[in-house]
Design a protein around this ligand. Sequence first.
Ligand SMILES: [Zn+2]
Length: 267
Amino acid sequence: MQGYIDCHCHISAEDFDSDIDDVIGESKKAGLVALLAVAEHAGEFEKIIQLSQRFPGFIMPCLGVHPVQDPAQPRGAVLEDLDAALPLIEKYKEHIVAIGEVGLDFTPRVVNSDAGKDGQRQVLIRQAEIAKQLNLPLNVHSRSAGRPTIHLLKELGVENPLLHAFDGKPSVAMEGVKAGYFFSIPPSIVRSDQQKLVKQVPLESMCLETDAPALGPEKQVRNVPSNISISAEYIAKIKGIPLEKVVEVTTQNALRLFPKLKTFIKA
Ligand SMILES: [Zn+2]
């Protein structure tokens, strides 16, 4: 398969409501063959499913509860946040390609107590169980929680997670690599200090993502899925390999990690 796969994108964000057709059109022109639409809370699940039906074979839905809830007044997720989500995950289990976005976020403004961290852990544990039952991979967020996230996933016996925009130490990432985990690199890598991570994690364990509308190459500017090439070009530069190789291997990795893509992609 030729082209890029964006393994983590918030295409249901309000930022794209007014020009979604143009955004998808530009993405295809830029060589994107599919994007994984991740969710943050149950309130956007139906929108993600509708978008996947409006752009069949291109927008691939993932449903899950993010470790940070209520962006206006950020707080850690708790088990009650799963109440509305679980019936919808069950309802759409045949349609989704992964459970996500799930994970841990120990940023102090989100959680500042052990109880808060434990709440997030419980939410991740429950969703990892569901993913296992449904035989689906996990699309995982970890911020200020690289080590606890990888260790918890290993403890739970999770075999197939994607660690998106990993901000932990490269040595911790390598523990994930040894466990067969994948790491996706967003366009914001060009302004981050994670160059070492890109150097150390082998291409065979890497995927591409945009996390659009967040994590773009420029701060405060709306990120779009067509920026996926920025991640690929950066990896090619740091690793000193041809861009085509990066595209080919990361796309193969995505198809391996998210096996349902093969049957859904219409490119
Ligand atoms: Zn995200």
